[in-house]
Design a protein around this ligand. Structure first.
Ligand code: FES
Ligand code: FE2
Length: 360
């Protein structure tokens, strides 16, 4: 683990035009998003034997047609939803799938993606071969959340390790969706501006009155990891906090929430009652869709205080939209950052820059 350094000068590393440049935005889709782990679905899509569920990965940017298919034995398969004959989309609505049969020319696949047959090809030598199977991109699974990686070789376990290790004592196999607390916001801002905002708590006392009442802002620990970061919100006296087991790295602290960020666009906010997920989906150089998904541990009586959580999300969205307008100013140049509060922003920028080709 890399710890944040305090008291050294910090500056934002991404230039102002990064947040408005179409070419850099497109490069990010190819060099950051396609080779990184992406959220595909949560427990709201049940893993029902014999069923298949189409999901578009990052609609409006990657637009990748994916399929969650569960075989009769209950094994789930993350597949491309593109037929290997001539590219038709295979499954358009969720439903039963003893076999997946393409509606264009009848190519048939098993629920694990193995190509079985196609009318007219039964006498062709070598058909079906492995290249006729549906593509199976790398996939990962944690706490009922499913993830996929379209390219590259980044390890799922390493990516997920910071949260999996620190929260191993929590009952992750009991997460249940809270549909009334799930929502999607369009934000008129670049996806990285939304991320910048998430990665610092400096703004909390200024724009989040409810959170300011709950958190002890005299301390705000930040931990940096090779592929993510963690900010810890500590609870004021009368606020709920985690009951941590002996030997836990945060034992002795009254942790109100762990705010994890995993590169490049996933935020996992862990509370004593459950998990709130922010999936940051780019839709253009100045537009983003943020999906807020909320899950509670089975049997937990507490839960998100809906008004406070929704208000906080809206406060963030509105300020990020203002910053988007500010970064378009011809007179704007990024300034000094506050070392003890904004080190995770700089860490994020360093990761982005490592994935972009050097500028001429
Ligand atoms: S595209 Fe699917 S069978 Fe032809
Ligand atoms: Fe915020």
């Amino acid at each position: 683990m890399i710890r944040s350094t305090a008291h050294s000068a910090l500056r934002t590393l991404l230039p102002a035009d990064f947040y408005r440049d179409r070419q850099m935005y497109d490069q990010c889709l190819d060099t950051l998003f396609a080779p990184s782990w992406q959220f595909l679905a949560g427990p709201e899509i049940p893993s029902t034997p014999g069923h298949a569920h189409p999901v578009t990965l990052l609609p409006g940017s990657l637009n990748e047609p994916m399929l969650l298919s569960v075989d009769a034995d209950g094994r789930e398969h993350v597949l491309s939803n593109v037929c290997t004959h001539r590219g038709n989309l295979l499954v358009s609505t969720p439903g039963r799938c003893r076999q997946l049969v393409c509606g264009y020319h009848g190519r048939a696949f098993a629920p694990d993606g193995t190509c079985l047959r196609q009318p007219g090809l039964d006498r062709v030598k070598g058909f079906p071969g492995r290249e006729d199977d549906l593509r199976r991109p790398a996939s990962g699974h944690w706490a009922g959340l499913r993830f996929v990686r379209l390219a590259g070789d980044a390890s799922f376990e390493e990516w997920m390790a910071p949260i999996a290790e620190r929260t191993a004592h929590l009952p992750w196999d009991t997460l249940e969706p809270l549909p009334e607390h799930c929502t999607t916001y369009p934000v008129k801002a670049h996806w990285a501006l939304y991320t910048d905002n998430f990665l610092e708590g400096l703004h909390i006392p200024f724009i989040h009155p409810a959170l300011r009442e709950a958190l002890d802002m005299s301390v705000y620990p930040i931990h940096l990891f090779p592929r993510g970061s963690l900010q810890m919100g500590l609870a004021k006296e009368n606020e709920p906090a985690f009951d941590l087991p002996p030997g836990h790295p945060d034992a002795g602290s009254r942790v109100y929430a762990w705010y994890f960020w995993l590169f490049p666009n996933l935020m996992l906010n862990v509370y004593p009652w459950g998990l709130s997920v922010n999936v940051v989906e780019p839709t253009g150089p100045d537009s983003t869709r943020v999906r807020y998904l909320t899950y509670r541990f089975r049997g937990q009586q507490g839960g998100p205080q809906s008004h406070a959580l929704a208000a906080t999300e809206e406060e963030d969205d509105r300020v990020v939209e203002q910053v988007q307008r500010g970064t378009r100013s011809r007179l704007y140049h990024p300034g000094h950052l506050v070392p003890e509060w904004e080190s995770a922003v700089v860490h994020f920028h360093q990761m982005v820059l490592r994935h972009l080709p050097p500028r001429a």
